[in-house]
Design a binder for this molecule. Structure first.
Ligand SMILES: Cc1ncc(COP(=O)(O)O)c(C=O)c1O
Length: 391
């Protein structure tokens, strides 16, 4: 295979996507509880997004950011109105959105507070991307191995106030965090810690950057998870579900920070082009329906309670946790073999670290599909336990 072996490839070869189902080359159907790593939140080939894309594709794909792009303006307005933010910068991925956030908070710290070597605090277990800056920000050693020298200006600490207070000094510019650590095992933040952290940031003039790349776009039952915590961050990053499969990310910031990203301070060739913006606009139109987000909350609760009922007492399961339709099943054993067996049974699920099965079904998942998925998981787990281990 003429590819870098950066991924262990699965067996099934997806050939077609239909809503909440993926179909392989042999025509076998799989219930997709991965949504492509939390991307196709509206399911595969969603009619509204497909129609918007098809129309845009026959009209204009790309112009550079040197020209006004009305659809980009519209998406920026939709996102800023929904979040109370003042401005958006569009890019192509989550890591790029976080890069933009890092650049913005560094520049703001220098220009506003005279900080010459700004430092950003991040948390153990977090994941912020694979570029050099974002992997340095990430609180997981495995993504950093072999990539020294890493850029300066990041300190990773435990998510505890004592650690935050200890790590903060006059060069500290910002705190960056996920509200539910996704890649780190689907771990929701402690609301008391978050409350204290917000107050602390306010007192010390630190900017709060919330990475909503995995939690955003309806995944947790509100458009952004921050809304459920009553949180108004200074900077918010979005990607994954924003384009429902088209590569697009966004960095949103409060109006006061707009001046720090002036002409020439940041840029992108592809970011926010008409084609991806047509997809993002259609996605946002769809998610603006409150009934859809209500359905996410309802299905999330149903999925969690059914999991609890069917596998909560299973000896291999230690915890079922999450928010909305972002759910983690903590196991005492490796998640890999369970995930492979589920795939054979027609259910696609994800890992989040070595011992966690992560469920990220499409937001339009039905009760019937939830029942099928939980039954498959329960069946696979029971069979795995009763199969004698070799070696
Ligand atoms: C919370 C979070 N931040 C950033 C990223 C990086 O996004 P991308 O892979 O689009 O660069 C991810 C990807 O999984 C993520 O979950």
């Amino acid at each position: 295979m003429a590819l870098f072996p950066t991924y262990v490839k699965r067996e099934m070869v997806p050939a077609k996507g239909e809503g909440n189902v993926l179909i392989d080359e042999q025509g076998k159907r799989y219930l997709d509880f991965t949504s492509g790593l939390g991307v196709c939140n509206l399911g595969h080939c969603h009619p509204r997004v497909t129609a918007a894309l098809t129309e845009q594709a026959s009209c204009l794909w790309h112009v550079s950011n040197l020209f006004p792009i009305p659809i980009q303006q519209r998406v920026a307005e939709r996102l800023t109105q929904a979040t109370g933010m003042g401005a958006a910068f569009f890019c192509n991925s989550g890591a790029e959105a976080n890069e933009a956030a890092i650049k913005l908070v560094r520049k703001a710290a220098q220009e506003k507070r005279g900080i010459t070597n700004p430092e950003i605090l991040t948390f153990k277990g977090s994941f912020h991307g694979r570029t050099l800056a974002t992997l340095t920000a990430t609180g997981q050693e495995k993504v950093k191995t072999g990539f020294s020298p890493l850029p300066a200006g990041f300190v990773t600490i435990a998510p505890e106030m004592e650690a935050v207070r200890e790590a903060t000094h006059e060069q500290t510019a910002a705190v960056m965090l996920e509200l539910v650590q996704g890649e780190g095992g689907v771990c929701p933040i402690d609301p008391t810690f978050l409350q204290e952290l917000v107050l602390f940031c306010h007192e010390r003039g630190l900017l709060l950057v919330v990475d909503e790349i995995q939690t955003g776009m309806g995944r947790t039952g509100t458009l952004f998870a921050a809304q459920q915590y009553g949180l108004h961050p200074d900077v918010m990053t979005v990607a994954k579900g924003l384009g429902n499969g088209l590569p697009v990310g966004a960095m949103l910031a409060r109006a006061e920070l707009k001046e720090h990203f002036g002409v020439g301070s940041h840029g992108t060739t592809f970011g926010g082009n008409p084609l991806v913006m047509a997809a993002a606009n259609a996605v946002l139109e769809e998610l603006e329906q409150e009934s859809l987000l209500g359905q996410v909350r309802e299905m999330g609760e149903y999925l969690c309670s059914l999991l609890q009922e069917r596998i909560g007492e299973h000896p291999a399961v230690t915890q079922i946790r999450g928010m909305g339709l972002m759910i983690g099943i903590q196991l005492l054993q490796e998640a890999g073999p369970i995930i492979t067996s589920c795939e054979k049974e027609g259910l696609l699920v994800l890992p989040a670290g070595p011992n966690v099965i992560r469920l990220l079904p499409p937001l339009l998942v039905t009760k019937e599909e939830v029942k099928v998925a939980v039954t498959t998981l329960a069946h696979v787990l029971t069979r795995q336990m009763s199969t004698p281990q070799v070696g």
